[in-house]
Design a protein around this ligand. Structure first.
Ligand SMILES: [Zn+2]
Length: 103
């Protein structure tokens, strides 16, 4: 489980889950931090929504537009799909676990 943070805490627009870290989906080492750029894709680890960074310095995202998802490389879309299936199968992160992880 990730314990370091590379972004200021901010609530995702989808479900209000507060995030404070990001990883590079193209790098299989998910514990490695990656500073996002404007337009980079993010997945909400609580509800699986696909988001886009609009202000990485403040950790602000918005919902991704369908065209933004459709124009991603096939391998990236596959990874997003696998992540979403896992998140949906697992369900929302219990509030107690969020507190324990510092979220
Ligand atoms: Zn969410």
């Amino acid at each position: 489980m990730k314990t370091e943070h590379n972004l200021p805490p901010h609530a995702n627009p989808c479900c209000g889950h507060v995030t404070d870290a990001s990883s590079d989906i193209e790098d299989l080492d998910l514990d490695k931090m990656a500073m996002p750029d404007v337009g980079d894709i993010a997945v909400c680890l609580n509800c699986g929504a696909i988001l886009v960074y609009i202000d990485p310095e403040r950790n602000v995202t918005r919902y991704a537009h369908r065209i933004e998802i459709e124009t991603l490389p096939r391998a990236t879309r596959h990874k997003l799909s696998v992540m979403q299936k896992f998140i949906h199968k697992r369900g929302w992160i219990p509030r107690e676990a969020r507190k324990r992880d510092g979220n």
